[in-house]
Design a binder for this molecule. Structure first.
Ligand code: ADP
Ligand code: F6P
Length: 320
């Protein structure tokens, strides 16, 4: 039974992480469990950068992007000496468990800590939605809505200038953001690592639809493809339509979280505390068939996540 737990955010930040921190703190405090905020992920754990939390520490953060606990990447934690030091710090601080909000790298660290006697629960926080064992990761919805709004603005100017806008969206190696945003903005094509693409086909479609009166085009490229400039140049050469590139970048990681992110973060945070309360560790909280569940960390990390193939096909069948 946990009497005192820590919470940290690690890896890339994501809108909704604050809502998760708040839920963890409030749920634990209501159960009579003390809560310590660990700043800058595993860096703060190793440096002893802790703050005692009360219900007011997390007031007024549910609507804020970023993470009030700050985040960092901690290379030292990737080796056993780093993890051992982390365990010592937990013992010094009297922590009976930690909630780790982050991506799969952060969960590996949480698995290592759990194996060495500190029960940890992972909550998926990344805009990429690329964590295998969960249908949803905190920040995904906000990032997609931001990208959609940005591309709607880009479309205005693409339309005025009869241009093709090639827009690169985030997602590391994953194309989940690209597919959904592509559908939402009515893109003519979406290029991701998960599916083969043929610029000849995209160019031919552009020319065909230009003949039927279309004057501007949006092509969404997932960042993992890494070819946005080449794609734009090639499409311009093939079609004669002026093409410009916009890399949306970190704007997608910021901003006030959407309803979906706030609600998911709160449900997942609550579930994580329920597990630690029972002394259960080494679990990832996720979404399966639309319901919050939990799974063994190693098992969860070993899973394969299906791509949005059916959605990708619908996109292509409704794009022109
Ligand atoms: P994310 O959690 O978003 O995937 P990273 O891959 O950068 O982000 O991982 C965040 C942090 O998690 C790393 O800086 C490191 O401290 C820790 N971490 C990553 N991989 C491992 C690993 N294999 N073993 C232990 N800790 C790890
Ligand atoms: O994992 C979230 C993410 O924003 C990815 O989409 C992107 O590839 C990466 O992080 C960028 O990381 P950084 O902010 O360290 O450049």
């Amino acid at each position: 039974m946990a009497k005192r737990i820590g919470v940290l955010t690690s890896g890339g930040d994501a809108p909704g992480m604050n809502a998760a921190v708040r839920a963890v703190a409030r749920a634990a405090l209501q159960k009579g469990i003390e809560v310590v905020g660990i700043r800058r992920g595993y860096v703060g754990l190793l440096n002893g950068d802790f703050i005692e939390m009360n219900a007011r520490t997390v007031s007024g953060i549910i609507q804020r992007g970023g993470t009030c606990l700050y985040t960092a990447r901690c290379p030292e934690f990737r080796n056993i000496e780093g993890v051992k030091k982390g365990v010592e710090k937990c013992r010094e601080m009297g922590l009976d468990g930690i909630v780790v909000i982050g991506g799969d790298g952060s969960f590996r660290g949480a698995g290592d800590l759990s194996a060495m006697g500190i029960p940890c629960i992972g909550i998926p926080g990344t805009i990429d939605n690329d964590i295998q064992c969960t249908e949803y990761t905190i920040g995904y919805d906000t990032a997609m809505n931001t990208a959609m709004e940005m591309i709607d603005k880009i479309r205005d100017t693409a339309q005025s200038h009869d241009r093709c806008s090639v827009v690169e969206v985030m997602g590391r190696k994953a194309g989940y953001i690209a597919i959904n945003v592509g559908i939402a903005v009515g893109a003519e094509a979406v290029i991701t690592l998960e599916r083969d693409y043929d610029l000849d086909v995209i160019a031919a479609n552009m020319l065909k639809t230009k003949k039927s009166g279309k004057t501007h085009f949006i092509v969404v490229v997932a960042e993992g493809v890494g070819q946005s400039e080449n794609i734009a140049r090639t499409l311009q050469e093939m079609t004669g339509i002026e093409a410009r590139v916009t890399v949306l970048g970190h704007v997608q990681r910021g901003g006030s979280p959407t309803v979906r992110d706030r609600v998911m973060a709160t449900e997942m945070g609550y579930h994580a505390v329920e597990l630690l309360e029972q002394g259960i560790g080494n679990r990832i909280v996720g979404l399966k068939d639309g319901r919050v569940y939990d799974i063994d960390i190693q098992e969860g990390l070993a899973m394969k996540k299906p791509f949005l193939d059916a959605r990708y096909d619908i996109l292509n069948k409704t794009a022109f």
